[in-house]
Design a protein around this ligand. Structure first.
Ligand code: SAM
Length: 269
């Protein structure tokens, strides 16, 4: 997919149809990659995304975050968002009508094409998140993320909106927020201008289907352990060769699945 042209960081604040109380009061940065996050705990955002490189990029308007408080769409005086599972069983399930309203609200003003604005539910049953998915998301205009809580989401909402389910891994979190922040972090660092050194994203683990080689820095000797001599040789070709060999060795031992895929794609190495 080709990279859509985007102008980042224009601080023009556009008028939106959003009721102010339903969406965070972050100004709408026209053209900046946007994550809209439906959550019962909007106060957990930006969380770790507000720090370091992603935080700096957020301040610079290279991307924007719009948490949407699911509670606001709740039913009745207590704004209930959940109910007991049909058919019985433990826990509570997020109601289809409540989440449906939140999704309709979140989709206002977003591109209709899902390729350009995916609708994602963080879920342990989803497709495992990986670097290729982060790359795909970084080429969109933005995405809407749904964070589940309790026993999760009424299946009818997932089917009705053809929501893409994405998992952070084979474990169960209490809610989707940590998964959403991980997904956003991995995606935002691939946006143009976010990483100071553009080359570093290309050399990282997974970018060529292999794990990254070990890294070293000063001091040259630490507690009797020396940096591998080749890295201090200044001989670029030998260094590249050593790093490639280390990457292959690590991947073969630690991730036979990645190694098999790499061998299939590139049998001659
Ligand atoms: C306690 S979990 C629900 C687990 C669900 N009953 C199941 O067994 O699949 C509550 C919410 O946390 C989020 N969550 C939990 N584990 C996750 C994972 N591995 N990846 C992404 N989201 C996860 C989902 O949004 C989920 O709806």
């Amino acid at each position: 997919m080709s990279q859509p042209t985007k102008s980042h960081g224009r601080l023009s604040i556009s008028a939106t149809a959003k009721p102010r109380e339903l969406i965070s009061d972050t100004p709408d940065l026209q053209g900046a990659w946007t994550a809209r996050v439906i959550t019962l705990v909007p106060q957990t955002f930006p969380g770790v995304l507000g720090a370091s490189l992603t935080g700096k990029a957020l301040e610079q308007g290279l991307w924007q975050l719009q948490p949407i408080d699911l509670r606001q769409f709740g039913e009745g005086r207590h704004r209930n968002v959940d109910d007991t599972p049909a058919g019985g069983g433990a826990g509570m399930v997020l109601r289809a009508d409540v989440m449906g309203d939140a999704i309709e609200h979140a989709m206002q003003g977003t591109p209709r094409a899902r390729d350009d604005w995916p609708l994602v539910y963080l879920s342990p049953r989803g497709k495992p998140f990986d670097q290729a998915m982060a790359r795909r998301f970084s080429r969109t205009s933005g995405l809407t993320l749904i964070c589940g809580r309790f026993e999760g989401l009424d299946q009818r909402v997932i089917d009705h909106y053809e929501i893409e389910e994405v998992s952070l891994g084979d474990f169960v979190l209490t809610g989707g927020e940590i998964a959403a922040q991980a997904l956003i972090d991995a995606t935002v660092r691939l946006l143009p201008g976010v990483l100071g050194n553009e080359a570093s994203a290309e050399e990282e683990s997974f970018s060529d289907g292999l794990l990254e080689h070990p890294q070293f820095t000063k001091p040259a000797i630490w507690r009797g352990h020396a940096i591998p001599e080749v890295l201090l040789s200044g001989h670029h070709a030998r260094i590249a060769e050593w790093r490639q060999a280390q990457s292959e060795e690590l991947t073969r031992h630690r991730r036979p699945d990645l190694w098999a895929a790499h061998e299939k794609d590139d049998p001659d190495g």
